[in-house]
Design a protein around this ligand. Sequence first.
Ligand SMILES: Cc1ncc(COP(=O)(O)O)c(C=O)c1O
Length: 400
Amino acid sequence: MKISNRVLNMNFSPIRKLVPFANDAKKRGIKVYSMNIGQPNVVTPDSFFQGLTNYNEKIVKYSDSQGISILINSFIESYKNWNIDLSEDEILITQGGSEAILFSLMAICDPGDEVLVPEPFYSNYNSFTKVAGAKIVPFSTKIEHGFHLPPKEEIVKKITDKTRCILFSNPANPTGTIYTHDELKMLADIAKEHDLYLISDEVYRQFVYDDIEYTSCMYIEDVLDRVILVDSISKHYSACGARIGLVASKNKTLINQMLKLCQSRLCVSTIEQCAASNLINTLGSYLEDVKTKYKARRNLMCEYLSKIPGVVFNKPSGAFYILAELPVDDTEKFAEWLLTDYNYENKTVMIAPGSGFYGTDGLGKKEVRLSFCTSIEDIENSMIVLTHALKDYNALNLKK
Ligand SMILES: Cc1ncc(COP(=O)(O)O)c(C=O)c1O
C-alpha cells in the first residue's frame, strides 16, 4: 500500500530515535540517564491538578475552537508581567506550542514556499515545515560566536521570492542562546524590507539566567503586524503532557484565518484548558524557584564539561540545553555506542546528536545537545559517565 511522499520525506526525531537502543540497554540491567530530551523533572504546580478536579460539568463537551475564554484571559493577564499587551481576538489556544507552529506555517505558506531558520534549530521545525508543504532554508550560527546571529547580509542572501517568514526560538533550543535587542531589531528590519512574517517561538521565555535582558519580538512596535508569537505551558510550568499552548498576533486578519485550522480540529482538551487557567492564575513564586533550580543545574553541568579535555561549549544564558562539541568524529556513532556497547559502573547516557538540529548536511557532526532539566544527581552521574566514556571511546579508536 502506498505511503505519502510527505510522510516518507519526514525524518524520525533525532531526539527520540535512540530510544529503542536505550530500551535494550535497560533490559540488560543498565541504568540509562536521559540527557537527550527536554522533559523537566520538577513537579507541576498543584494548582494544575486542583484545576482538573474543579471541573464539575456532567458532560465533557467540546469547547470553543479558539479556546476557552477563562484560559485566554489568564494568558492575557500573565502577559502583562512581560509588558505584552494582547486582547482576546489576538489569541488562539493550541495543542502545545507544536500545533501553534504548525498552524502558523500552514496559514502563511503555500506548497514550495520557504522558511528561513537560524541553524541549529529545534528539530521538529523540519516536520512542521514539511507538513505545511514548505521548505526550511537555514542560515548558520556558530559555536565560536555563541550561536548568535550572523550579519544581516548573510541572512538576506538566502531570501528568494518564495521566502515567507523567519522562524526561530528565543531563548533558543538547542543552544540556550538569547538574542539581543539588536539582533531582533535586525530580524524585524529584514522582515519589513522583504515582506516576511516573524514566527517567534518563546516557549522558554521564563528561563533567562544571569540577569540578561530579554527582548520579546512583541516589543518591536513597528513590525507587530508581522509577529506571530508561539507559547506553551509545557516548559514554563513543567506541564508538557497537558498539551496547552497558544499562538498570538496583533495581525487580527491572520488570527481570524488561522481560526479555520482550529475549527478543523474542533477544540483543545476542555478539562486541561480549565486546569491550565487555574495554573496560570495561581503561581506564587513557582517560576522564580524553578529558574533558580535550573541555573544551579546549568552551572553544575558546565563545571563538569569544562573539565573534560576537548569539549567545547558556551555557558547557555537561557532555556535548559547545552550544545557541546565533543572530541569525537561523529556523535551519531558515539551516541549509539554509548547505548549498545558501553557502560560505566553499569550506567550509561542517552544524548541527542547535533546533526539532527541542522538543515545543512555535514554540520553538527561533532556536537551533542545535553539537557539540564533533570535532577542534580542525574546530571552528576551522567557527566561522570560521559567523562569516562569519551576517554574509553577515543582509546578504543586509537587501538583500531
Ligand atoms: C523550541 C521549542 N518549540 C516548541 C516546542 C513544542 O513544545 P510543546 O508542543 O510541548 O508546547 C518545543 C518542545 O521541546 C521546543 O523546544
